[in-house]
Design a protein around this ligand. Sequence first.
Ligand code: GTP
Ligand code: MG
Length: 342
Amino acid sequence: MATKTETSAKKQKNEETPDVEVVMMEEEGTAEPTIDDLPGVGPATAEKLREAGFDELLAVAVMSAGDLADQAELGEAVASKIIQAAKKMANIGGFISGKALMERRREVQKLSSMVKSIDDLLAGGFETQALIEVYGEFGSGKTQIGHQLAVNCTMPISEGGLDGDVVYIDTEDTFRPERITQMARGRGLDPAAVLDRIHVARAYNSAHQMLLAEEIKRMSKGLNIKMIIVDSLTSHFRSEYIGRGMLATRQQKLNRHLKDLKQLADVNNAMVLVTNQVMSKPDAMWGDPTKPIGGHVLAHASTFRLYLRKAKGGRRIARLVDSPNLPDGECVYQVCEDGLRD
Ligand code: GTP
Ligand code: MG
């Protein structure tokens, strides 16, 4: 566990060079079984399975023998045995009563944006145990929302915050402690105390980004992580996996990453906020000529989606899209020097 002084020392270093802050923790001994633990699967077969994208027991367990044999280039008899074993070992999950679900829902906390119009749109604020996607064109204010919610998250619960720590995965080198300082002052907070609770890591490529998300599982023990921000979720994936031929691989990786993030949200009763740029579709004749990158994978993974755009006179519009329990709608706000305002 990192002590307070270690954390702030690293933070200072972060301000000079956007170095990676990784807090190492000892791994727990109770690891879940993996495909390497399947009886009869040696390193070579495990490698074949992984190469074909089967890196989890559950992914193997739900296959048919013929398909697994095809995709992982195994004999059908071998594939069949592997599937039977995976069915026994995989954590299939299970049914949970509506009552138990209600209990879990009762634990959901809400983080206020402290902008009335946005909170009204979201019936009180941003929910924990949820994955929130904020998408929009460049300059539409996605990073500003990330900074503001990071600040708010550290505030006391009685004031609309979550009294929580924030993990910020920065893929575009746009996290600015100076901006946090301005926004903290705007809320009458001590900027140093706020910065001390925001743990930033710069992700250099998509593989690194995925590793950092896994790292959060370990570092979360000593902290009260209430918010995980990935800004931007998709930029590395988009620049690394180019063209139709790589689309399937990209979506598969993105799916894996989103599952890890969602799990963190559930385990910590935290919220995950990811940003996503929209892709220009100049050939679109009707409707909005833009659509978010990430396709169905991301659309399915997100609990709430907010579409941001700029309007006249420095105003900003956020549109709530596809919420499970709230009506779609729009709200207007502003980005000011001291943060987001009505
Ligand atoms: P990309 O990451 O490029 O896709 O954009 P984004 O959606 O993350 O945009 P971002 O959140 O970086 O918004 C940038 C905009 O926020 C600027 O164009 C400004 O209009 C506004 N902004 C940023 N800092 C300040 C500030 O200190 N004061 C004011 N008034 N506005 C600011
Ligand atoms: Mg940005």
